[in-house]
Write a protein that binds this ligand. Structure first.
Ligand code: PEP
Ligand code: MG
Length: 762
């Protein structure tokens, strides 16, 4: 960070810029003055401002040093040239020799060939790139960290000043031209299923900054600290309120994690430093926000992105608290919104607390430009029964307030401004869905037994307390897979033994005597823990994850198993290990469990009444160690998601290949049949807990292959129950055996026809 002299320097520069922008000159001459001031202050021969025009074009708006005739003539596409590169990645670019860079695009009209070094920073506002600010020098020089930081601060201030001027006409700063007021169908990612319809409400976050430069940093710091206090108090109040409601504990988990980010010192320190360097508190929060957005563009890991989204959400909250009076007015607006009208919330991203701000009544669905299934907002939405679609590209440019919207969360499709006939069909579809749900509910207490008397145990996949009410609602036999990593990922630090014990105890208590299979931590790879730095990996799915990580860091496994033993406190313990590739890994993990049992015994703590230790079958190498493995495990759980991706060498997260190989192919079905046969022969219970178990046709095939235990998401249990009750398992088994003799690559069609011919409910 800049030292005291630099703060003073940048403070003066910021003030000068503010004065120019607030002056009476027209917009063009103000920008002309701005580039001159920046060039002089930063000792650069060139300073240029490129602003984003409709169609993703960056136009040179003002320059000091390049030929003036190039202004409004030089245009680059986002992604083109160095300037386009800065805009495309929302990232600063510093080069001592610009012309050596592969992206360099020579524009003769600018006369820039004599300049060698280049520093470009994005002009970001509200998380979007609005332009690019550059400086250039004739000498080959490396810009220092401080210079980069200063230019970024200047760009941020410029963004605000431009937004507050006539330069920010919609034509220049949004893609308003592209809005077609006709029906549109957009696809995204399913974050929470379900159907809904309503009127669009664009979720606005406070981005207006009343003042950019602080007159007196000390007063401004006080103002900031007060706002932070107010924000913490408000979050505490929200947590108290939520704590009193149903499923409150789950909300609490999410909010507690969120509250921890609110106290994250690194984040607050950065904002304070910005204020000391001359920004107003608003502007410094906005700058932290822009930095966060820029960092976000570099991160592909969904969990890390979530953490960053939390910080972003908090920054907006903080902006509100800096303007408390106005915040009240906004809150009032939202409360009014709640009443009566069916609303579809449309946002770039949404924090969990923001969704709760809207209350329970009116929000029917949430559609986001960003967001992932593990987003905290998805978790909260799930508890409220609200469908959520995320990753809808260009959403905000296409939706207008009050547009009619249809949300098909199951298929991740949004229809904007549907025609009347489409609305009608959709409404009928919703009614049908309600009727179907009623059929599942009515069949809830019927046993999952086939027509020829084969009982199939239907279990729930869970990872949050929030999932537990489904155990009763769907009448599942138990929890076949409890993904413990979610507890580790929503926190800012490794949860200690006590915290883990509390969490697992709550799961056991809520399961109310039903079996819960806890899977030990499956983190690493792409499920990064924010507090555990790991090296970048080429192939994270095959990297240092799950049992590999916890065997290398045995204290983690010991603490988790200790917490499980304590949480179980005399009840039965079911635990399994993920991503085991060698029998010896299972043996080593089991030894750690034995150590912890001995420790508990020595301390006189209650031991589990019964213990079952299982192994997940996710790595194909285990297929060739089954006899040795089966001799040592109490149960086996097939993690078909990972097993398939490794068997077919096709990344489950890459849609270009994830659907390429059919799980109902002869190869995988033969493999699964062999697994059941060997497990049966060894007398070891075997289940499937990957996604395939939750799809009716696949579940049917699994029962036909001999699986008698399946674990799936809550919404799949009703359909699976009806499918099983319509099935003759022995007949299907014979059919599959004969079909597997042939050479058909996939049995999907054959099984579909079989289901249709036998009136099976798939
Ligand atoms: C699996 O791999 O099938 C599985 C159930 O584990 P996860 O999806 O959590 O990797
Ligand atoms: Mg897995």
């Amino acid at each position: 960070m800049a030292d005291a002299t630099n703060w003073v320097g940048s403070r003066l520069l910021l003030r000068r810029l503010r004065d120019v922008m607030a002056g009476a000159d027209d917009a063009q001459s103000r920008l002309d003055q701005v580039v001159t001031i920046i060039a002089r202050d930063m000792v650069a021969e060139v300073c240029s401002i490129y602003l984003l025009r409709p169609g993703d074009i960056l136009e040179l708006f003002a320059t000091e040093g390049l030929l003036k005739t190039a202004v409004h003539r030089t245009r680059l596409r986002v992604g083109e040239g160095l300037v386009g590169d800065v805009a495309a990645h929302a990232r600063s670019l510093s080069l001592d020799e610009a012309q050596d860079h592969p992206q360099f695009a020579y524009r003769p009209e600018t006369g820039e060939e004599i300049y060698h070094s280049f520093l470009g920073v994005p002009i970001l506002r509200g998380g979007r790139v609005r332009g690019v600010l550059t400086i250039q020098n004739q000498s080959r020089r490396n810009y220092t960290e401080e210079e980069i930081e200063t230019l970024e601060t200047v760009a941020m201030v410029l963004a605000e000043l431009i937004a507050g001027s006539e330069l920010a006409s919609p034509n220049e700063f949004t893609a308003a031209d592209g809005i077609a007021l006709k029906p549109l169908r957009l696809e995204g990612a399913r974050l929470n299923g379900g159907l809904a319809m309503g009127k669009a409400v664009i979720h606005e976050r406070r981005t207006k900054i009343s003042q950019v430069v602080a007159e007196d940093p000390a007063t401004e710091l006080d103002r900031f600290d007060e706002a932070v206090q107010r924000m913490h108090r408000a979050l505490d109040e929200m947590m108290e309120e939520v704590g009193g409601q149903r499923a409150g504990e789950e909300h609490m988990e999410v909010l507690e994690a969120y509250r921890m980010f609110a106290e994250d010192r690194g984040w607050l320190t950065r904002i304070r430093e910005g204020i000391r360097s001359g920004l107003s508190a608003d502007a410094s929060v906005a700058k932290a926000l822009s930095d966060t957005r820029a960092r976000m563009a570099q991160i592909t890991d969904p969990y890390l992105r979530e953490r960053i989204l939390d910080i972003e959400d908090l920054a907006y909250r903080l902006l509100q608290h800096l303007h408390e009076g106005e915040e009240g007015a906004e809150g009032e607006e939202r409360r009014r919104l709640r009443k009566g009208r069916k609303t579809v919330l449309v946002a770039r991203s949404l924090g969990p607390a923001e969704l709760l701000d809207y209350g329970r009544g009116s929000v029917q669905a949430v559609v986001l430009e960003e967001g992932s299934a593990t987003a905290h907002v998805s978790i909260v939405a799930r508890s409220l029964g609200i469908p959520v679609i995320g990753q809808v590209a260009g959403l905000l440019d296409k939706v207008e307030p009050d547009d009619d919207m249809l949300i098909d969360g199951d298929n991740a499709v949004v229809v904007i401004r549907p025609g009347e006939d489409v609305q009608q069909t959709f409404a009928e579809g919703m009614e049908q869905g309600v009727r179907r749900q009623a059929v599942y509910t009515a069949a809830r207490d019927l046993p999952a037994v086939t027509r020829d008397g084969v009982e199939v145990s239907l279990n729930l996949n869970a990872g949050l307390l929030l999932d537990l009410p489904s155990l009763r609602e769907a009448n599942a036999a138990g929890i076949g897979l409890y993904r413990t990593e979610i507890l580790f990922m929503v926190r800012g630090e490794l949860p200690g033994v006590d915290e883990q014990t509390r969490a697992y105890r709550r799961v056991m208590d809520q399961a109310d005597g039903k079996r819960v299979v806890f899977r030990t931590l499956d983190a690493g790879g792409d499920k990064l823990l924010p507090y555990m730095p790991v090296a970048r990996e080429e192939n994270p799915a095959m990297g240092w994850r799950a049992i590999r990580m916890t065997l290398d860091r045995p204290f983690m496994l010991r603490q988790q198993l200790r917490a499980l033993i304590r949480a179980v406190a005399g009840r039965r313990l079911d635990v399994m290990f993920p991503m085991v590739a060698e029998v010896t890994e299972f043996v080593a993990a089991r030894e750690i469990l034995d150590l912890e049992l001995a420790r508990a015994n020595e301390r006189g703590e209650p031991l589990p009444r019964e213990i079952a230790v299982g192994c997940m079958l996710e790595v194909p190498s285990l297929l060739f160690q089954l006899p040795q493995l089966l001799a040592r495990v109490d149960f086996l759980a097939v993690g078909s998601n990972d097993l398939m991706q490794f068997l077919y060498a096709s990344d489950r997260g890459n849609i270009a290949v994830s659907e390429r190989y059919d799980i109902l192919s002869a190869g995988s079905l033969r493999m699964l049949r062999e697994v059941v046969r060997e497990a049966d022969a060894a007398g070891v219970p075997v289940s499937v807990c990957g996604e395939m178990a939750g799809r009716p046709l696949e579940a049917m095939a699994l029962v036909g292959l001999g699986f008698r235990s399946l674990s799936m998401a809550a919404s799949s249990i009703g359909p699976a129950r009806l499918m099983i009750r319509s099935l003759d398992a022995a007949r299907l088994s014979g059919f599959i055996d004969s079909a597997l003799v042939g050479t058909a690559p996939s049995l999907r069609n054959v099984l579909c026809n079989y289901a249709r011919d036998h009136d099976l409910r798939v």
